[in-house]
Design a protein around this ligand. Structure first.
Ligand SMILES: Nc1ncnc2c1ncn2[C@@H]1O[C@H](COP(=O)(O)OP(=O)(O)OP(=O)(O)O)[C@@H](O)[C@H]1O
Ligand SMILES: [Mg+2]
Length: 455
C-alpha cells in the first residue's frame, strides 16, 4: 500500500533524534521534512501537504498536543504519530481523545517506527479516496452521510476496527451510536462472531449482573438452570455496552475485573472462564462529568475509552438531512409496497432548518409520519410542520412548564364557565383584576369561549 515517496513531516526539538528519525525514514524511501519546533511545523503545514506527521509530545512553545489540535481542526484526516518519552501516560491519554493515530516511545525501535509509518501512510494522506479502500464497502452502508465530519469519523472507525482496542462512542440521542458500533464490528476480524448488545439503562441492577456475567443453577432464587451470560455469549466477537453511563457503580468494578483478567466468573460459580471480546461502549451522557461526580469509575473509563469516537449532532451536518430523508422514503415505499413519494422543496427546507434535537431518530420518525399520513405523492411543507409539532418536546424548563400549566388551567376555567371572567376568577380564588392580568399575560380572549359555549 505504501508508495514510499510519501512525505513525512517530523517535528522534534531534540536535534539528534530529529536527524536519526529523518535518516531512518529516508533510508526506507520516504521523503522527509524535518523541523525542530511546533511553530515551524505549522508553517510547513501551510505550504506542503505531508502524508503523515510525527511529532514529539513535549516541546517548548507549541507542544505536540497543541500541534495535534491544530491539525485536527484544519486537516482532520492527516494521521499524526506522537513521540512520547518516559511513558507520559496522562498526556498520551489526552492525545487519544484528540484522535492521534499512534504512539512511538523514545528511544524508538526502528522496526516499530517503520511499521507504524507504513500503516499510517497507507491509510491517510492528501487524497480523499486514495488510501481509503473501504469507502464504498458494505460495513458502512447503513450510515448515510456526505458530511466530511462523518467521513473522518468513519475513517477513524475503520482504523480502530482493525485493532482490538476498546472504543467509546459519544454522541447525543439518535445520532447513530449503535449503528457505528455495529459497523465497527462488521469491518473487524471478529465479524463472523457474535455482536451482542446490552442496554445498561434499561435493566435493573441485579438482572443486569446476571445477564452479563451469567449464573449457575441455584445461584439465587429463580436460577433454575445454568446461564453463561452475555459476556461469554460474545466470546470471539464484540460486546456493545449501550448507555454505559447508567451502569451501577457496583457492577462497574466487576466489569473492570473482566477487562483486566480477561475472564468471567458466573454468579454462584467458583470457576473463572477466559473470554476474548472487544468492548464498544456508548452513552449520551457527559461521561467526564459522571466521573467527576463519582458516579463512574475513572479507571474503568480509561479502560473503555482507549479510542473515543464522538458522533456530531445532525445540526452540525445538515447536508445529510436530504440524503437520509430520501433513503427513508425509498425504504418505506418498498416496505409497504407503495408508489414512491418525495418531499416538496419547501418541505425539505423546513426539515433542514428544524431543530431536530432527536437527531436521525427524530428525522426518521418525522419522515415515517409524513409518509403515512400524506395522501399525495409529493409531501407538502404543511405535513412536515404537522409532524414536527407532534414530536415529543424536550423537557421544558420549570418556568416554561409553569407557564404552560397556568395557560391550560385558565383555558379550562373559561371553558367551564363559558367565558364568564368573574366566575372563572372566583373558581381560581383570584380577584377580577388579577385574573384579567393573567388573561392578558397569556393572551387569552374570554370572548372566544362565549362563542364556543353551548349555552
Ligand atoms: N447516518 C445515518 N444514516 C441512516 N440512518 C441513521 C443514521 N444514523 C442513525 N440512523 C438511524 O437513526 C436511528 C437511531 O440510530 P441509533 O440507534 O444508532 O442511535 P443512537 O445514537 O444509539 O441513539 P440513542 O441514544 O437514542 O440510543 C436508527 O433507526 C438508525 O438506523
Ligand atoms: Mg442507542
Amino acid at each position: 500500500m505504501t508508495t514510499n515517496r510519501a512525505t513525512v513531516l517530523v517535528v522534534d526539538d531534540d536535534r539528534d533524534l530529529l536527524q536519526l528519525l529523518s535518516f531512518r525514514l529516508e533510508t526506507a524511501g520516504y521523503s522527509v521534512i524535518a523541523v525542530d519546533s511546533g511553530e515551524k511545523a505549522l508553517d510547513q503545514l501551510a505550504i506542503c501537504r505531508p502524508h503523515l506527521v510525527i511529532t514529539d509530545l513535549r516541546m517548548q512553545g507549541i507542544d505536540g498536543l497543541q500541534l495535534l489540535e491544530a491539525i485536527r481542526r484544519d486537516n482532520p484526516s492527516l494521521p499524526v504519530i506522537m513521540l512520547t518519552a518516559h511513558g507520559s501516560i496522562p498526556d498520551a491519554i489526552k492525545a487519544t481523545h484528540h484522535g492521534v493515530y499512534g504512539f512511538i516511545t523514545k528511544p524508538f525501535d526502528s522496526k516499530d517506527l517503520l511499521s507504524q509509518v507504513e500503516r499510517a501512510v497507507g491509510m491517510g494522506g492528501p487524497s480523499e479516496r486514495e488510501g481509503r479502500p473501504y469507502i464504498d464497502e458494505a460495513w458502512r452502508k447503513e450510515i448515510i452521510t456526505r458530511s466530511p465530519l462523518m467521513e473522518d469519523l468513519l475513517h477513524q472507525a475503520w482504523l480502530v476496527a482493525q485493532s482490538d482496542a476498546s472504543v467509546f462512542i459519544k454522541g447525543d440521542s439518535g445520532t447513530g451510536k449503535e449503528l457505528f458500533a455495529r459497523a465497527i464490528h462488521k469491518t473487524s476480524h471478529r465479524c463472523d462472531n457474535p455482536f451482542i448488545t446490552i442496554n445498561c439503562a434499561a435493566i435493573p441492577e441485579q438482572l443486569l449482573e446476571s445477564e452479563l456475567f451469567g449464573y449457575t443453577k441455584g445461584a439465587f432464587t429463580g436460577a433454575t438452570r445454568n446461564y453463561k451470560g452475555l459476556i461469554l455469549e460474545a466470546d470471539g466477537g464484540t460486546l456493545f455496552l449501550d448507555e454505559i453511563g447508567d451502569m451501577p457503580i457496583g457492577l462497574q468494578a466487576k466489569l473492570l475485573r473482566v477487562i483486566q483478567e480477561r475472564s468471567v466468573r458466573a454468579l454462584g460459580s467458583a470457576q473463572t472462564v477466559s473470554v476474548d471480546i472487544r468492548l464498544i461502549s456508548a452513552t449520551h451522557r457527559d461521561i467526564r462529568e459522571e466521573v467527576k461526580q463519582g458516579r463512574f469509575r475513572e479507571d474503568l473509563y480509561y479502560r473503555l475509552n482507549v479510542v473515543s469516537l464522538e458522533i456530531p449532532p445532525l445540526s452540525e451536518r445538515r447536508e445529510d438531512i436530504p440524503l437520509i430523508v430520501n433513503a427513508v422514503l425509498a425504504e418505506l415505499a418498498e416496505r409497504y409496497d407503495k408508489p414512491p413519494k418525495t418531499f416538496s422543496p419547501a418541505a425539505l427546507e423546513v426539515l433542514i432548518a428544524a431543530p431536530l434535537r432527536g437527531n436521525v431518530r427524530q428525522l426518521r420518525n418525522i419522515v415515517e409520519q409524513a409518509f403515512a399520513l400524506c395522501t399525495t405523492t409529493v409531501i407538502p411543507a404543511s405535513s412536515v410542520q404537522g409532524a414536527l409539532q407532534d414530536q415529543p418536546l424536550e423537557m421544558p424548563s420549570l418556568k416554561d412548564a409553569k407557564a404552560r400549566f397556568e395557560r391550560d388551567y385558565i383555558l379550562k376555567l373559561l371553558k367551564i364557565t363559558g367565558g364568564n371572567v368573574s366566575q372563572a376568577a372566583r373558581l381560581a380564588k383570584r380577584n377580577r383584576t388579577e385574573f384579567y392580568k393573567l388573561l392578558h399575560r397569556h393572551q387569552v380572549d374570554p370572548a372566544t369561549f362565549k362563542a364556543a359555549s353551548p349555552q
